[in-house]
Design a protein. Sequence first.
Length: 76
Amino acid sequence: MTNTHYTKVLKQIRHKPAKYEKYLKYNVPRKRKFGRSVHKCRRCGQTSAFIGRYGLNFCRQCFREIAPKIGFKKYS
């Protein structure tokens, strides 16, 4: 279940206290310690194509836009 589904259901059942409590008990997304969802681009928040080497923490698309400003040069 993605986070958007979780919030959508919470909006629907917020007026029913018993169902709301039970839903929170069993369906709250847990904090991740490892995996794709832990590493996010610090510029756009995307989790795929993540470059974490050397403490960059950018996705590849953001890295391509920012690389010249940071000091990276493209060698063909």
